[in-house]
Write a protein that binds this ligand. Structure first.
Ligand code: PPE
Length: 307
């Protein structure tokens, strides 16, 4: 599928035409995965763009930089403004926004410290990540033979480019088995997350999700879902989840900026619950998408208007 474009990319503080936002082949991040990034969505609310949870995304970007000792050279406020500006200047409404901070040129060699630190922000229209049908019907997924990294290998709280080679192995294996997505186990064999999503399960009316110690990204959609579930009176438990718990769940869904809230209807060819989107999943989706459509009150102040 061709990449949707927009007109301008914010590149180290300047707005550059999409096709001219290029880098040199000696860019450190190309060789060693030394980039950190965010994925943020904006939605059309009352005819204008509104960015979902801008503050937490900017915070996480800065946290990723901190872990990898990258000096971004801008304040959080400046990056937040630049994100808003990028949506505005491209006249986008519903869109996906990708801020990326990477080690640039200066020296080949593992040591990243001599290299420049570059920041780009671009935005484009991106449809439902796992297919529009999956949002209603549910996705067919499989447990990956690739595991998520142990906590003392790659820090899962950092959203760093290099980590996504693990996700790519998971994703390609899943696709080769005709699944739309993979679920990884962690180094101990407990359920971790998808290649680009957190996971939730429902059993006997209780909602479960793996804790940070299961080598997951601390997802912002995950946090939003835990908050909404509590608002609606559900019990949410962060717990280590054995693989077979997946098969015995009544309902299951992925959360992520790209994936939003996508139900899962089978794992490893085993039907989950009724094999359709479950009632609690549907209730949470309608609350989540309701807020994003401006139909349910934004009671937590999650939307930042672009205008
Ligand atoms: N785990 C992983 C590994 C992950 O990459 C994401 C986001 C999540 C969980 C969910 O986090 P959050 O978006 O804060 O709820 N994955 C991003 C990249 C997807 C891609 O293909 O690129 C995203 O959804 O933007």
């Amino acid at each position: 599928m061709a990449q949707n474009k927009s007109e301008f990319i914010w590149f180290n503080g300047e707005l550059v035409p999409w096709d001219q936002a290029t880098v040199h082949v000696t860019t450190h991040a190309l060789h060693y995965g030394s980039s950190v990034f965010e994925g943020i969505r904006a939605y059309e609310v009352n005819g204008a763009a509104a960015i979902f949870r801008l503050g937490p995304h900017v915070d996480r970007l800065f946290n990723s930089c901190k872990i990898y000792r990258m000096d971004i050279g801008y304040s959080k406020k400046a990056i937040g403004q630049a994100i808003i500006e990028t949506v505005k200047v491209n006249k986008l409404k519903g869109c996906y926004i990708r801020p990326l901070v990477f080690r640039g040129t200066g020296a080949i060699g593992v040591n990243p410290l001599p290299c420049s630190v570059e920041t780009v922000i671009f935005a484009f229209e991106w449809a439902h990540y796992l297919g529009a049908e999956a949002i209603e019907q549910g996705a067919d997924v499989g447990v990956s033979s690739w595991r998520r990294m142990a906590p003392d290998t790659f820090p899962s709280m950092a959203k760093v480019g290099g980590q996504y080679v693990n996700s790519q192995l998971m994703k390609m294996e899943a696709l080769s088995h005709n699944y739309v997505e993979a679920i990884a186990l962690n180094y101990e064999g407990f359920v971790s997350e998808g290649s680009g999503e957190n996971i939730f399960l429902v059993r006997d009316g209780v909602i479960y999700t793996p804790p940070l110690g299961a080598s997951i990204l601390e997802g912002i959609t995950r946090h939003s879902m835990i908050t909404l579930a509590a608002d609606l009176g559900y019990t949410v438990r962060e717990a280590m989840i054995p693989r077979e718990f997946l098969y015995l769940a009544d309902e299951m869904f992925f959360t992520g900026t790209a994936a939003e809230v996508t139900p899962i209807r089978s794992v490893d060819g085993i039907t989950i619950g009724s094999g359709k989107r479950g009632p609690i999943t549907e209730r949470l989706q309608s609350e989540f998408f309701g807020i994003l459509a401006g139909e349910v009150q934004d009671r937590h102040g999650w939307l930042t208007p672009v205008a």
